[in-house]
Write a protein that binds this ligand. Structure first.
Ligand SMILES: C[S@@+](CC[C@H](N)C(=O)[O-])C[C@H]1O[C@@H](n2cnc3c(N)ncnc32)[C@H](O)[C@@H]1O
Length: 404
């Protein structure tokens, strides 16, 4: 469907997930050479790599309870993370950061990445935000597993130096609370945390109360950084799995209760419609693998972990009220047929709750758009989901025209 002709186009939808430029695709492809320099593999290790990737994937997704030691202390798993999980997270996060528009950081400001692992978020920011590369910034890498930090620093420095950038990399071995005290006098631009919180909540099966308590404890740890005078955006990204999505939804609830404002993906501060007990889904977005390097696809196939699509569950929040305009909604699903509606419909999330947008196939996935006040009057609810049905704006336009 042609972008400019679909019924919702005049609402100027803004996608959540950005595009990969050809230059960025090339850099992601060339990242293999950086890995080869920082973590060269012998022939035997290269042959064992697909097996190690498969084993680490099982541990991270299904068998965390079997993990008696951190994966950073197992050399096979370090290689598996660097050659498979890091680059896939880079593709995912690069697309996400390309779509996210925080203010351009001021010269001399800091970006703090909590649970950095091999420096994934700073690397993704490098790939996603070429316009930031000339700004002198300090990238602060923090992780509870100190052993991974020197490796993260070397990887980041290798990439940033090759680009002749003034980005400086520092590692923080202390817990977040003491790091926050140390950074009191610094200008903080962003606080990031990717694929970390699920590690907190999945170590053992938790009851509902323990789950919230753990999320709250994590937020309390981050809070001193977020109340800095610049009120930096906090960008948390979890896997798009049920655990990742429910973690993000719970984090949103706790963040709102603690007085934070949500920047994305939510366009309102009312209770999350997906948190209602009877709903079996969770907030996340899925997108194609555009931008993934051929070498990574080939390695994934060898590890029997080919990817058809990527997903993530993000939450961006801050102490400073973001500019929000009334009536903004967020698409939260792909398009599907609803017998009572024309074209294909999509679910969307709004202040009034869950919506079902008619004729919405042409909208970009997870787009944000602003509806006219009149679109949500005369509510008809979908009998299956209880969502408010929003007629195609084409229909609205025709009715208005006929009235005139
Ligand atoms: C799955 S890795 C993610 C690494 C990286 N952020 C990425 O997206 O590829 C999770 C990382 O979080 C770290 N971690 C877990 N709990 C943490 C905590 N409470 N504080 C800091 N780091 C933590 C782990 O040591 C690990 O390096």
């Amino acid at each position: 469907m042609e972008q400019s002709t679909y019924p919702w186009a005049r609402f100027e939808p803004v996608p959540l997930i950005g595009d990969v430029t050809p230059a960025c695709s090339k850099e992601l492809a060339e990242f293999l050479a950086v890995l080869g320099e920082i973590r060269p593999l012998s022939k035997a290790h290269a042959e064992a790599l697909p097996g190690a990737i498969n084993a680490l994937s099982r541990i991270l997704t299904e068998a965390r309870a079997e993990m008696t030691k951190p994966y950073w202390s197992n050399q096979d798993f370090v290689s598996a993370y660097l050659y498979y999980f890091l680059p896939w997270n880079l593709v995912r996060l690069t697309r996400f950061f390309a779509g996210l528009c925080p203010e351009t950081p001021a010269k001399g400001s800091w970006i703090v990445d909590i649970g950095t692992g091999p420096g994934t978020v700073p690397l993704a920011l490098w790939f996603a935000k070429p316009a930031w590369r000339t700004i002198p910034l300090t990238l602060c890498l923090q992780d509870s597993q100190r052993s991974v930090l020197p490796l993260a620093k070397r990887l980041c420095e290798r990439v940033f130096c090759r680009g002749n950038s003034p980005w400086k990399v520092v590692i923080a071995k202390e817990p977040v609370a003491s790091l926050s005290r140390r950074l009191l006098g610094e200008s903080l631009a962003l606080v990031t945390c990717a694929n970390v919180i699920n590690e907190w909540v999945s170590r053992r099966s938790l009851g509902e109360w323990d789950f919230s308590a753990r999320i709250n404890a994590f937020l309390e740890q981050l809070s001193p950084l977020l109340v800095h005078k610049q009120a930096p955006w906090c960008v948390c990204i979890e896997p798009g799995t049920r655990l990742g999505g429910t973690t993000i939804m719970a984090l949103r609830k706790e963040a709102l209760a603690a007085g934070f404002q949500i920047v994305a993906p939510c366009t309102h501060a009312n209770p999350c419609p997906l948190l209602a007990k009877e709903r079996r889904t969770w907030c996340h977005c899925t997108f194609d693998t555009t931008g993934s390097p051929a070498w990574l696809n080939a390695l994934s196939e060898q590890a029997q972990l080919q990817k058809e699509a990527l997903s993530l569950a993000p939450l961006v929040f801050t102490k400073k009220a973001p500019k929000q305009s009334k009536g903004e909604i967020r698409c939260i699903s792909s398009s599907f047929v609803v017998p009572s509606l024309s074209g294909k419909a999509r679910y969307a999330c709004a202040e009034k709750g869950l919506l079902l947008l008619e004729d919405a196939e042409g909208l970009p996935q997870y787009a944000r758009l602003r509806l006219e006040e009149t679109s949500l009057t005369g509510l008809v609810r979908d009998t299956k989901s209880g969502a408010i049905c929003v007629r195609s704006p084409k229909e609205h336009g025709q009715k208005k025209a006929r009235k005139r």
